[in-house]
Design a binder for this molecule. Structure first.
Ligand code: NAD
Length: 490
């Protein structure tokens, strides 16, 4: 029959759905504090849901449950764990439509993007992990006789952001659970509802109590308590470089493993022979998608002076063809930004760009006509950007492109690498060999060659201040293992 709704949905005030509970030890329970957070509909600026603000006492309970569950979960056979997670993949299918609807509100991405990309990221990560986990070498006999065993690291604290909220949760919790770890998840308080729906799918699939626990709360209280907890063996964090630094500091007190996936300021490096009419729109798509709120967005475009005007004109056209509208509007190419704070941040950068002397080609500050309530921004292109400018150095996290001219290939590589970040870059060239040669000189964890697709079986992660984690694929499973040597000749 139809699944019984397990979420504690109450109507605390008139029509505002409220999730009052957190998920600990296989049960929905009230957190220690009765405080609630407002969840804002990005399209209207109005409250659309409320969720709890869990704190230190709740983190203690969740960690205790995860520790308790760890031994028996880790001792289960891989096939048993696979069977449980296969069930999660099935129960998730029944939640997707609802999750997509909520993402249109709490995140503000378009309905199409929510349905075709965001909610499918769970299938993408869970499905791939289920396939690849058989390739993990859990033990290896060494030539001189020792046995090297790789074991689950223990309790993993997962702290995740709002921009691809399901993607980031799924990329952590399912690989970690598959290899035998137990989880305390603290999702973003900006996009909590989709996380509740995923937790509901986990619960309905019959994951044993304590293996997966989910708290809801803010960063400085709830998130830091997870990072600081001596019962947490590892923290896997995705979010801003600022919070990543803080979590690393807090985690260092207990010397736990802290893995980070942080911000970026990625460059699309177009070589002299690149097919601009094809590649300018393609590379700009990574920036426009999700209203510019992607960590791997190609937010700088490096163009040879010989082809500069052509590239600027093409970029202008792409920005002007990008339809900004309500998430549920079928004509929308992009929706609003996620929050008022994000909107103000992006406005500030657009004004700084103008002040520092970049040339505004299209877009600019303010809201597009007829979209005055939600957090809407105009797709914006700046040309004549110097890489030293603020808009070329800092992560804007909005649909704002900086076009930077260059003369020689060496100069282009130097500009691309002249950033504290190192998450992603792209190279465009008619010669794939040449593109790969340039890609090897770029200091980033990923480089897209004449294309923007990312594959689930290849590692995703950054260099420098973009973090030290490698998620996705086989490496994304191995992140959660620790190595033990049985010395001698066992
Ligand atoms: P954020 O750092 O503000 O928040 C991320 C998470 O950390 C949230 O759950 C938040 O509550 C928590 N948090 C915040 N401060 C904390 C603290 N002091 N202690 C513990 N937890 C804390 O980031 P955001 O605004 O949600 O997300 C946007 C950022 O994430 C961007 O910088 C983006 O580039 C980055 N990001 C990186 C990747 C990647 O894979 N490298 C992917 C997506 C997003």
């Amino acid at each position: 029959g139809a699944p019984v709704p397990l979420l504690p949905r109450t109507m605390a005030s008139a029509a505002i759905p409220t999730w009052e509970k957190v998920y600990i030890n296989g049960q929905w329970s009230r957190p220690s504090s009765a405080n609630l957070f407002d969840v804002i509909d990005s399209n209207t600026g109005k409250v659309c849901a409320r969720v709890p603000a869990a704190g230190v006492a709740d983190v203690d309970k969740a960690v205790a449950a995860a520790r308790e569950a760890f031994v028996s979960w880790a001792e289960k056979s891989l096939d048993e764990r696979k069977a449980v997670l296969q069930k999660v993949l099935e129960t998730w299918q029944g939640k997707k439509a609802q999750a997509a609807e909520w993402l249109c509100k709490e995140l503000g991405c378009t309905a199409t993007f929510a349905k075709t990309v965001q909610v499918n990221m769970v299938d993408f990560h869970l499905g791939t992990s289920l396939k690849l986990v058989d390739m993990v070498k859990f033990e290896e006999k060494m030539a001189f006789g020792s046995l090297v065993v790789r074991e689950p690291i223990g309790v993993v604290g997962c702290i995740t952001p709002w921009n691809y909220p399901l993607n980031q949760i799924a990329a952590k919790v399912f690989p970690a659970m598959l290899v035998g770890c137990t989880i305390v998840l603290k999702p973003s308080e900006v996009t909590p509802v989709c996380a509740y729906l995923l937790a509901e799918a986990v619960h309905e699939a019959g994951v044993p109590p304590g293996v997966f626990n989910m708290l809801m709360g803010d960063g400085p209280n709830c998130g830091e308590a997870v990072a600081a907890h001596p019962g947490v063996d590892m923290v896997s964090f995705t979010g801003s470089t600022r919070a990543g630094r803080r979590i690393s500091e807090v985690g260092a007190q207990t010397l736990k493993v802290v893995r980070t996936e942080l911000g970026g300021k990625s460059a699309a490096l177009l070589l002299e022979d690149a097919d601009l009419p094809k590649l300018v729109p393609k590379f700009m798509q990574t920036l426009m998608n999700n209203s510019g709120q992607s960590c791997n967005a190609l937010s700088r475009m490096l163009v040879p002076k010989t082809r500069y005007d052509e590239a600027v004109e093409l970029a202008k056209k792409v920005a002007e063809k990008t339809v900004v509208s309500f998430a549920q509007d079928e004509k929308a190419s992009i929706g609003p930004l996620s929050s008022q704070a994000q909107w103000e941040k992006v406005q500030g950068y657009i004004q700084t760009g103008i002040k520092e002397g970049a040339r505004l080609v299209t877009g600019g500050s303010g809201k597009p006509d007829g979209l005055s309530d939600g957090f809407f921004v105009k797709p914006t292109v700046f040309a004549d950007v110097d890489n030293k400018m603020t808009i070329a150095q800092e992560e804007i996290f909005g649909p704002v492109l900086s076009i930077i001219p260059y003369t020689t290939e060496e100069e282009a590589v130097r500009i691309a690498n002249d950033t504290v970040y190192g998450l992603n870059n792209a190279v465009g060239s008619a010669s794939p060999e040449k593109a790969v040669a340039v890609a090897r000189k770029l200091r980033s964890g990923m480089v897209m060659i004449n294309d923007t697709s990312v594959m689930p079986d290849a590692p995703f992660g950054g260099y420098k201040q973009s973090g030290n984690a490698r998620e996705w694929g086989l490496m994304g499973l191995e992140e959660y293992l620790v190595t033990k040597t049985l010395a001698g000749k066992p």
